[in-house]
Each structure stands twice: as C-alpha cells, then as structure tokens.
Design a protein around this ligand. Structure first.
Ligand code: A2P
Length: 342
C-alpha cells in the first residue's frame, strides 16, 4: 500500500528535511504533493531523484491526500489543517497551532507513541526544544520519578527558518569584513526590534507572555506536562538563541523522586530508544551541535549529580532541531500511523 503525502511548507527549512526523511526512511509515498505559498507555486523540489512541482497550499490541494505534514507556520495550519481533515487526510502538524488542544495527541514516538491512535484527524509534533528534552527525560522519569525541571536552551537559528539561517551567514560575513550589519529577522521577525545574532546570544526565542516568560519557554512547560500526562511536573525554562546554524543544546537540571546514580543513568539512557550517550569529560567526550548535525538521535552527556541536592541531576542534551526536533519526529509519527493499516 502507498500513500498520497502532502508536505505544506515544502520549500522551508523543515519542509526540505521532511522530504529528505520521507525519502531516506523509504516511507511508502505513492504521490508526493509539495505545497507552499503562492510565491513558490511552479517552482520544484527534488524527491527520489525527480523534480516535483510545488503547488499553492489551498483547501482543494488536499483532495485525495492521505497524510499531510504541515510546517508553514501556525496561521497556515489553523486555516488549512481543518480543510485537509475535511477531505480525509490525517494531519501531522509541526506548528504550535493545535498542540494544547485536548482532542489533539502531542506525540514523541519514543515517549508516548501509543497516543497516535487517539487522533481525530490532527496529530501535533511538539516544539523542537521539548522533543529532545522529553526523549532524554523519559527513561529517567520511568526509573526515578520526576518532580521538577529547570532548563536553559542554546538554540540554533534554523529553528526560525531559512531567513534566519541566511541572516546569521550574512551578518557573520559582514562583521568579519568590517561592513555594516543589518538585522531583520531575529529574535522574532514580526516584532519591531531586531538584534544581531552573529557573535551574540539573544535571550528571546518567541513572543513574550503575560507572566514574563516567552512563548517558547511556556511551550516547554505545557508540552512537557501534556506529553508525560502529569501536570504536577514543575518545569521552568530560559530559551536563548545562539549563533549556531543547526542543533539545539540544553542544560537540563532535573529533580527526581529518588536519588540517581550517574553511572546507572548512563546505562539506562544508552539502552533507551533514540538516545546516544556521549559522556566522558576526562576524555573530552560530550555532545555538541556539530555532533548532532544531520543525525536523527538525541545526544546526552555531562551527566552529573547535583552538588547540593542528592535527588538533583544535571544533563546536557543536544539534537538536530530540524530532524528529531521537527522532520524526523513528524515522519516517525507518520510511520506509526500507517503501521496500524497493515
Ligand atoms: P514559501 O517558500 O512559498 O514562502 P521557513 O520556516 O524556512 O521560513 O519556511 C516556511 C515555509 O512555509 C515555506 O515553505 C513557505 O513557503 C511556507 N509558507 C509561508 N507562508 C505560507 C502560506 N501563507 N501558505 C502556504 N505556505 C506558506
């Protein structure tokens, strides 16, 4: 059996990786339907060695589609995901539009893959920073229990799309050649102020919320609770954009219900699905964004007991934000979805 698969935002940074994942993981695509804005209609994308023409994402473009992967921004998902569902497609949405909707499963296959079966047409892919954190925390939570998480992120610009990638490259060249630096995209393109990301760090990855946190930070709080189905987990986050092209890093402090032996944690994580442990500080072994670039797994290192709280554990968690943080997770969800068809 093969499937007609639409990729909405096929010309974007995540969309491109979705096409690549569908191809590399040999997803049974019968027809690929790359969709984007009217600006891209008529352009083409490469899939399995062929050029496939991009169409404008309109309601009718979903006619005959079995599975629609959305990554074109929340507004596009809000408008078009219901249209796709109406036409019989199952939507896997990479945006923030439906994640907290009680009727929408929020799925990380390694953590709560069984939730896929509960969908009513839409399945949400969590935020990139949430995905890699819950993959690392799940085996720890299963063994020791989890009460509290304090996380600081070091996020790559590709999380903000092509324009942000281009902006970092352009600014870096400008600084080095002593030219004037222009700032148009980061931290949030639709806000009025923009700051230089090259040779800088910006403690804002999304719009602000009434409580003084950013939306990105609150996504990590709410999504973690929803995925673990436990509103008692106390999560606080600080999300920072850094001048890295690809790969989010996170300093995660977890307070457990029981004391954890770091050596045992290393073994548990090494045996868990989708995780690679790289942890030997004496030998200078630890994950970095460049280690994770192009990889589908979540990398964990710097595993240490807190100096003052015996139930506190520190981890350094790195993953490719465009892959496990977005495209890989979405295609894994699609794989789970069709596994029940067989
Ligand atoms: P387009 O290339 O035609 O603008 P990125 O995250 O890398 O910036 O990519 C965003 C993706 O979302 C692109 O594929 C972009 O298409 C797509 N997109 C943006 N706005 C719309 C829209 N109104 N309708 C459909 N796709 C859109």
């Amino acid at each position: 059996k093969t499937y007609t698969v639409a990729v909405v935002g096929a010309t974007g940074a995540v969309g491109e990786q979705m096409l690549k994942n569908l191809e590399e993981r040999s997803f049974p695509v019968g027809e690929l339907r790359p969709l984007a804005s009217a600006r891209s209609a008529g352009k083409s994308v490469r899939f399995r060695g062929e050029e496939v023409v991009v169409r404008e994402a309109t309601p009718d473009a979903f006619e005959g589609v079995d599975i629609a992967l959305f990554s074109a921004g929340g507004g596009v998902s809000l408008k078009l995901a219901p249209e796709a569902v109406k036409r019989g497609a199952v939507v896997i949405d990479n945006t923030n539009a439906f994640r907290m909707d009680p009727d929408v499963p929020l799925v990380v296959p390694e953590v709560n893959g069984h939730k896929v079966r509960e969908h009513k047409g839409i399945i949400a892919n969590p935020n990139c920073s949430t995905i890699q954190m819950v993959v690392a925390l799940k085996p720890i939570r299963d063994r020791y229990g989890l009460e509290r998480v304090i996380v600081s992120t070091y996020q790559a610009v590709s999380g903000s799309g092509w324009q942000a990638i281009e902006e970092l490259k352009r600014q870096t060249r400008a600084v080095i050649s002593g030219e004037e630096v222009s700032c148009e995209v980061l931290p949030v393109s639709k806000l009025s102020k923009h700051y230089q990301i090259a040779f800088n760090a910006i403690p804002q990855c999304d719009v602000s919320q009434e409580n003084g946190y950013t939306l990105e930070e609150m996504k990590m709080v709410r999504e973690t609770q929803k995925i673990f189905e436990d509103d008692s987990i106390r999560v606080s986050a600080t999300c920072v954009r850094i001048p890295v092209l690809r790969g989010h890093s996170e300093s995660v402090y977890a307070e457990l219900k029981e004391e954890a032996d770091p050596e045992e944690v290393r073994r548990i994580l090494a045996d868990a699905p989708g995780i690679i442990v790289q942890d030997d500080i004496d030998e200078q072994v630890y994950p970095m964004p460049l280690t994770a670039d192009g990889r589908h797994e979540v990398f964990v290192g710097r595993i240490r007991r807190d100096l003052h709280n015996p139930k506190g554990l520190h981890l350094w968690v790195v993953a490719d934000n465009l892959l496990k943080g977005a495209a890989t997770n979405a295609v894994q969800i699609a794989e789970l979805l069709i596994s029940t068809d067989r």
